[in-house]
Ligand binder design. Structure first.
Ligand code: SAH
Length: 246
């Protein structure tokens, strides 16, 4: 079945963009997924094709009109019933690999891209739209965020990635960061590859990888580690004092 990606945007020319090359590009040409970039402006109501207006309560910037957005969403839903509608917004729930996997297993997704100050808040409840953020950063528009979301989904579609196992050992799939990788040359500028990886002992290698995955997650992403183990990561005792004493 073809995964249907529908993007509602003021800049449809940004799609498929980077998703037209490499594995996603090949999968698009093969029909594993389909891309429909829809111009929100086509759903404007007035003769000037206005999509935005000034913020209620005053302030800088412009806000995307709820009535125009609703028409665009209704049209996309009619074409793709059963696809969830996701608005890209820094106010949304942080995107997770778990949600990406759920989406990739479904019929597709309708992605709403904001611009300017963002969306009229009434659209989310009024049209049952899920709000998703791609990180604690502010982009100039939702298009790059939509490309991220779609890229993450597409690589999980059956047949898109080469090795069947490569989707499952990745970072976040088991709630942890993945272990680090190395390849030839065995020595580079005096730096070597961990000996165990060249030992040929598969059990030892698996053990090393598991340990590195856990250690790196604990040190780099205490938030993930806490969720994984239920154990709160304490900063090393005295660490704070050492920093202050410097
Ligand atoms: N005024 C908004 C930011 C608007 S940025 C606020 O402060 O919350 C313009 C558009 O870029 C947004 O409507 C959204 O579609 C997109 N965008 C910006 N940052 C994003 C992020 N972290 N995740 C997803 N979309 C984002």
């Amino acid at each position: 079945m073809t995964f249907a990606a529908t993007v509602l945007t003021l800049y449809p020319e940004m799609f498929p963009g980077p998703l037209g090359v490499s594995l996603a590009g090949r999968a698009l040409r093969e029909g594993t997924w389909a891309m429909d970039a829809v111009q929100i402006r086509d759903f404007a109501i007035d003769k000037h094709k206005t999509v935005d207006d000034t913020p209620a309560g005053g302030g800088a910037g412009m806000v995307l009109r709820v009535d125009v957005l609703a028409k665009a969403i209704d049209s996309a839903r009619e074409a793709h019933p059963g696809c969830p509608v996701i608005a890209m917004t820094p106010r949304g729930k942080p995107l997770t690999q778990e949600r990406v996997r759920e989406l990739a297993e479904g019929p597709g997704v309708i992605v709403l891209c904001g611009r300017f100050e963002g969306f009229d808040e009434r659209i989310f409840e009024g049209r049952n739209v899920e709000e998703v953020s791609v990180g604690d950063i502010v982009l100039s528009g939702g298009e790059c965020a939509a490309l991220m979301l779609l890229d993450a989904c597409i690589r999980l579609l059956p047949g898109v990635m080469g090795a069947a196992s490569s989707g499952h050992e990745e970072s976040f799939e088991n709630g942890l960061l993945e272990y680090p990788h190395y390849t030839r040359p065995a020595e580079w500028e005096g730096r070597t590859i961990p000996e165990v990886l060249r030992s040929g002992d598969h059990a030892k290698i698996a053990g090393w990888r598991k340990r590195r995955s856990e250690d790196d997650t604990r040190l780099r992403r205490p938030d993930l580690w806490e969720r994984h183990t239920g154990v709160r990561v304490q900063p090393a005792s005295g660490a704070r004092h050492e920093v202050q004493d410097d």
